[in-house]
Write a protein that binds this ligand. Structure first.
Ligand code: EPZ
Length: 418
């Protein structure tokens, strides 16, 4: 297992380029399966989650070539339709590839992705959406097989605006016969990116970004190249890295409109923020002010920023109340922060954070991707040295994370990267 060693106390200052969005890249990589041929993707983040998607595509019979700044995926020769258990369990979001496989080949087999570090992560909404499209679902001993003679467009009402279920419903209906209407759809920007990608291939999808998405089935899709949108959660993470270290950063190649709720909270906490096109700058105040947070589906405050934002308030003036409304187990990082002197108590969906003067270095463990990122913020702000173990979680979702932090003056090193 690998660790970060962080010496706290430096202000993060300077300019950094934001990478492509993990949560846009994963469904778009899956969507390349719908087109018989090769697709070229630019601005794909080089992280463990995208590597795992490439592994699945290769296991199914496709090829993936990594050139300088592009990825070329050829799905012409895919002739297997079963996702290996090991990869399903390593990365639950690989369930997104099922919609694409069954959408093109009318059959797919996979195992329950299983819970992960932030909650049980059920897929009932995905399966209900598939059934509405005429796909039959057979489950035995944890393995699920989806098959259909034909996929027929239909109305799909989602009980909850699930991002993954919305994406899977779109992927399974792009090559269907007739029209599909998805209501109570998730409105995340990554779904707009998926729609733009699919329409460039010749699909007919409209309404992404709203809660009603319409997909008109087409016969086939063509080979294209596409540029993935910037990562809004990495953007929020680097803004918070500057906020907690009293620094000043300029983030380039991002889309500030995607993280308005995060910007609003940081301004309420006393940060000065400037936006200019694809660039966003933040100047931290001497002392942050406590601000309450409630996570909601987009366009509300993003759950992926909950742990990261909570961390900046551990050294703010006042008390912060956080309510996590999306995942049922997204406070595992709290016990690790409290080892560093934070004063956080968790009551069900809420966490109460009493601002303290300072955090202190300690040996802590990453518990999940965003919880791990929160510990990096804490270590960079703390007095003394922090060792963060199990950083594989963090490497899943942040490209060149420690390198970018060093470029901004942060003192962070990696040990025994296997
Ligand atoms: C996506 O996960 C993101 N992952 C998550 O980011 C993000 O936190 C989440 O959306 C919410 O924004 C990717 O895009 C790869 P959901 P997803 O389906 O699709 C419940 C990160 O850190 N639900 O919107 O799995 C579910 O249990 C990751 O980058 C059902 O009940 O999220 C949860 O409580 C973490 N049944 C809620 O909906 C279902 O069939 C939201 O889940 C599906 C979901």
């Amino acid at each position: 297992m690998s660790s970060y060693i962080i010496k706290g106390g430096n202000k993060l200052e300077g300019t950094v380029k934001i990478s492509g969005s993990k949560n846009a890249a994963l469904p778009i990589i899956a969507a390349t399966i719908l087109a018989k041929g090769s697709t070229t993707l630019y601005n794909v983040p080089n992280i463990q989650d995208t590597q795992m998607m490439y592994e699945i595509i290769k296991i199914l019979g496709g090829t993936v070539q990594k050139k300088k700044n592009k990825i070329i995926i050829d799905t012409r020769n895919i002739d297997k339709y079963e996702i290996p258990d090991t990869l399903m369990h390593k990365m639950r979001s690989s369930v997104i590839i099922v919609g694409a496989i069954v959408g093109r080949y009318k059959t797919a087999t996979f195992s329950y992705p299983g819970g992960c570090d932030i909650g049980s992560r059920p897929i009932d909404l995905h399966l209900k959406a598939f059934e509405k499209l005429g796909i039959s679902i057979n489950q035995n001993y944890g393995s699920i097989t989806c098959t259909a003679e034909k996929i027929i467009g239909n109305k799909i009402d989602l009980d909850f605006p699930s991002v993954g279920a919305t994406e899977n419903a779109i992927l399974a209906s792009v090559l269907a016969e007739g029209k599909t209407m998805i209501t109570n759809a998730a409105r995340e920007p990554e779904i707009i990116d998926l729609q733009d990608f699919l329409n460039k291939m010749g699909a007919k999808v409209k309404g992404a970004g709203t809660d009603k998405i319409e997909v008109e089935g087409v016969k086939k899709l063509k080979e294209i190249s596409y540029n993935i949108m910037p990562d809004r959660i990495e953007t929020g993470t680097f803004l918070c890295l500057a906020a907690i270290t009293g620094g000043m950063v300029k983030l380039e190649k991002t889309n500030p409109m995607h993280i308005t709720p995060v910007i609003n909270k940081l301004e309420e906490a006393g940060c000065q923020i400037q936006i200019q096109g694809e660039t966003i700058s933040l100047q931290a105040p001497k002392k942050l002010k406590a601000v309450d947070i409630k996570t909601m589906p987009y366009p509300g405050f993003p759950t992926d920023m909950q742990s990261i934002m909570a961390t900046i308030f551990t050294i703010a003036k006042g008390t912060t109340i956080i309510v996590e409304n999306i995942f049922e187990n997204r406070y595992k990082y709290v016990q690790e922060l409290n080892k560093m002197g934070a004063k956080i108590t968790v009551e069900g969906k809420s966490a109460i954070i009493r601002g303290t003067r300072k955090l202190y270095g300690a040996t802590v463990k990453a518990t999940d991707l965003r919880g791990g990122a929160a510990l990096v913020l804490a270590g960079l702000s703390a007095k003394g040295t922090t060792i963060i173990e199990n950083i594989e979680y963090i490497l899943r979702g942040y490209e060149n994370f420690d390198r970018k932090i060093r470029m901004l003056g942060g003192d962070i090193e990696v040990t025994n990267l296997i």
